[in-house]
Write a protein that binds this ligand. Structure first.
Ligand code: ATP
Ligand code: MG
Length: 358
């Protein structure tokens, strides 16, 4: 039995259809990330699971029990929001234990739960401070502690790290992953940050326009994106997309004499002269070694430290390659790189869908 089932969930605000039939089934202990651009419906879906909003149709089940009509506080779900509004006049200890205090949990039991959460979050020395005496990351930990003490069946997080600076975000990300590895509670986590999604998730649901574009493991989302949208949303620098035409045995890059041979099974899936988008991740190029030689014109090089980002073009189509830092490439010159043909992606121009071998 799946721990969490989201079954054909729909939500309309007046004439606006915000969720257009969402289906998800999660095993116990999974970490699902809802990933998508602003306005795609992530928070709406999370709020429906939490019971803060009613769906227009569909069902949500937790351990087999329908949650529709169940009061939020009776759902055995804890939610952490982006704005973690702590009580300014209460100590960290009382902030963490506040929910338990409201539920009239005896003081000794409360103290035990608070100490346990503080230990997990490594904020034991801060228990007697006020929120104003904490850093942003420490406040975020207190907000998470408030959810932890409840030992819920399900944790919901809505962009919990977006108020933190870049360095702290990275630290807290690792911290969340560590916590999840220890607690093994099922999590649904909302973000528009693709690195957060890739690093934290056991599975990612990429959402667009109130629908799920693709639901899969981080590896599946990255290595076999189902649509052009997913292909360009995940990955930085984003996947290169070149206009190309099927030749029967391979592809011709539009505007150039560059021909790309394809594995026979893939070539067979393409009618001759069919227009496609050829997707190449920037890291699929090599400066030397085996692979299909591809000659491009170099426009700009940027050294980031660990790598060199080369921007160039083939037949007037723009292209980015990430290469080892010592690669010799000068603006205005041509450079021949080796392409890993195993790592190519093909998409239908009209439908935007991935093309697979026949
Ligand atoms: N109470 C509401 N009344 C009317 N429209 C709403 C309401 N709540 C959300 N919407 C609309 O539904 C759509 C999805 O909103 P939602 O908050 O779920 O997006 P999101 O994916 O969480 O975006 P963000 O990343 O900006 O938080 C948006 O177009 C939003 O304007
Ligand atoms: Mg939101």
């Amino acid at each position: 039995m799946s721990a969490l089932v989201v079954d054909k969930i729909r939500k309309s605000f007046g004439a606006l259809e915000t969720l257009r039939g969402i289906d998800i089934a999660l095993e116990s202990g999974e970490f699902l990330v809802l990933l998508g651009a602003s306005g795609c419906g992530k928070s709406t879906l999370l709020n429906i699971i939490a019971g803060l909003a009613e769906p227009s149709g569909g069902d949500v089940r937790l351990d087999g029990r329908s949650l529709i009509g169940v009061h939020p506080k009776d759902r055995d779900i804890a939610m952490v929001f982006q704005s973690y509004a702590l009580y300014p006049n209460l100590s960290v200890r009382r902030n963490i234990g506040f929910g338990l205090e409201m539920r009239k949990v005896p003081a000794a039991e409360r103290e035990k739960a608070v100490l346990e959460a503080a230990r997990l979050l490594q904020i034991e020395p801060l228990l007697d401070r006020r929120p104003s005496q904490l850093s942003g990351g420490q406040r975020q930990r207190v907000a998470i502690g408030r959810a932890l003490v409840r030992h819920p069946k399900l944790f919901l997080f809505d962009e919990p790290l977006s108020n933190l600076d870049a360095k702290l975000r990275m630290e807290m990300r690792t911290e969340l992953k560590r916590l999840h590895q220890m607690m093994k509670t099922t999590v649904v986590y909302v973000t528009h940050d693709q690195i957060e999604a890739m690093t934290l998730a056991t599975r990612i649901a990429v959402m667009q326009g109130g629908q799920i574009e693709q639901l899969g493991t981080p590896e599946e989302i990255y290595n076999r994106p189902a649509t052009l949208y997913v292909a360009t949303f995940v990955g930085a620098p984003p996947m290169n997309l070149l206009d190309a035409v099927a030749t029967g045995s391979g592809l011709q890059v539009v505007g150039s004499d560059t021909a790309i041979p394809l594995p026979p099974a893939l070539a067979a899936a393409l009618p001759r002269d069919h227009a496609v988008k050829l997707g190449i991740r920037p890291e699929s190029f090599r400066a030397e070694g085996g692979g299909l030689p591809l000659t491009l014109t170099c426009d700009v090089t940027e050294l980031t430290g660990p790598e060199l980002i080369l921007s160039g073009s083939i037949g007037g189509q723009r292209l980015v390659a990430t290469l080892p830092p010592r690669t010799r490439a000068a603006p205005g010159e041509t450079i021949t790189l080796a392409l890993d043909v195993e790592a190519l992606h093909l998409f239908d121009v009209e439908s935007g869908r991935r093309i697979e071998a026949a």
